[in-house]
Write a protein that binds this ligand. Structure first.
Ligand code: RIB
Ligand code: CA
Length: 313
């Protein structure tokens, strides 16, 4: 079976980095057509640089990285250095990238690729705010019908928010973009905090990364050692939640995840609940289902997959 064509849209971020490494370590199943950077965890100048550094760490010097939007559609940018550090990849030192940034804008790359590839063959994997995806949909509405699936990390229902009491960071930063994506009609699969907060890098799982005895394994262990502080202090959790790798793991082993096909709407009007993903989990409205919203995962299976794939690099 030929590998699934994907575009990773990302705001690295240590967890984004682990997702990118896992995807690049899986060429039999995934063909990464390109990586599009967006402003989110840290400003765009850093997310595009970090994405290039991660591709070099993976030993993929021909990977194509594109810079996208440097601010949300209609609001000032909110970043998360308090979680990911000043560089966005604090915890491990990586050399500045030699891998060049592509000239094309990420939004144009998204549009051109979706139009050039056969319809229904390209999966979009957003791991940050949905600004690039929404801009592409606004500029070229025809691409909505050409997207095979959007598998994104974002939102929360039972787990509620991580940046406000009501909202998860990726959706909170650009709620207007999220509303446009959830309304576009493409098949959507959501990895919310309800799932990613069960994907915790416990000390034992962190040790498994370190015990790989590779530069990549050591780097991943150092990143998760760094970015677990925020969640441990806030939630008392037993390690860093590996949010974004859930998207890639779903593409590799969907059976690790379970959820429901429900309606998900995005709050954009209220200051109090801006960015909330209003998931009709109990189907109490007649709003049409528009997303498969994940609720659970096999965490041991997830980490076994991740460790094995990271160990290939
Ligand atoms: O809320 C978690 C999400 O926000 C993850 O994608 C993390 O990288 C940050 O972007
Ligand atoms: Ca991210």
């Amino acid at each position: 079976m030929s590998p699934r064509k994907i575009i990773i849209d990302t705001d690295p971020g240590q967890d984004d980095a682990v997702a990118i490494l896992t995807a690049l370590a899986s060429p039999e199943e995934l063909e990464v057509l390109g990586i599009t950077a967006v402003a989110g965890n840290v400003p765009l100048a850093l997310t595009q640089k970090n994405a290039r550094m991660v591709c070099e760490l993976a030993g993929r010097p021909r990977a194509r990285v594109f810079a996208g939007c440097d601010a949300p559609l209609a609001r000032p940018l909110v970043t998360a250095e308090h979680v990911h550090g000043k560089t966005g990849l604090d915890g491990a030192e990586l050399p500045d990238p030699a891998l060049p940034l592509q000239d094309a804008h990420a939004v144009d790359f998204l549009i051109d690729t979706l139009r050039a590839e056969p319809g229904g063959t390209v999966t979009l994997c957003p791991l940050g705010p949905l600004t690039n995806i929404a801009c592409a949909l606004q500029k070229a509405p025809d691409i909505a019908g050409r997207i095979a699936e959007i598998v994104l990390m974002g939102g929360a229902y039972f787990e509620v928010g991580n940046i406000t009491p009501a909202a998860e960071f990726n959706i909170y930063v650009d709620p207007e973009a999220a509303a446009a994506v959830f309304a576009c009609g493409a098949p959507i699969t959501v990895m919310p905090l309800d799932v990613t907060h069960k994907a915790l890098v416990t000390p034992e799982r962190n040790r498994a990364f370190r015990d790989l005895g590779t530069r990549v394994g050591e780097t991943v262990a150092a990143w998760t050692d760094f970015f677990e502080r925020f969640d441990k202090e806030k939630y008392g959790s037993d390690g860093a939640p590996l949010h974004d790798p859930c998207v890639i793991a779903y593409l590799l082993k969907p059976e690790l995840f379970s959820g429901r096909h429900v309606n998900v709407e995005i709050e954009t009007a209220s200051d109090l609940t801006r960015g909330m993903t209003v998931a009709d989990w109990w189907r109490v409205t007649d709003r049409a289902p528009n997303a498969t919203f994940m609720g659970d995962l096999d965490a041991d299976g997830f980490f076994a997959l991740l460790t094995k794939r990271i160990g290939r690099l």
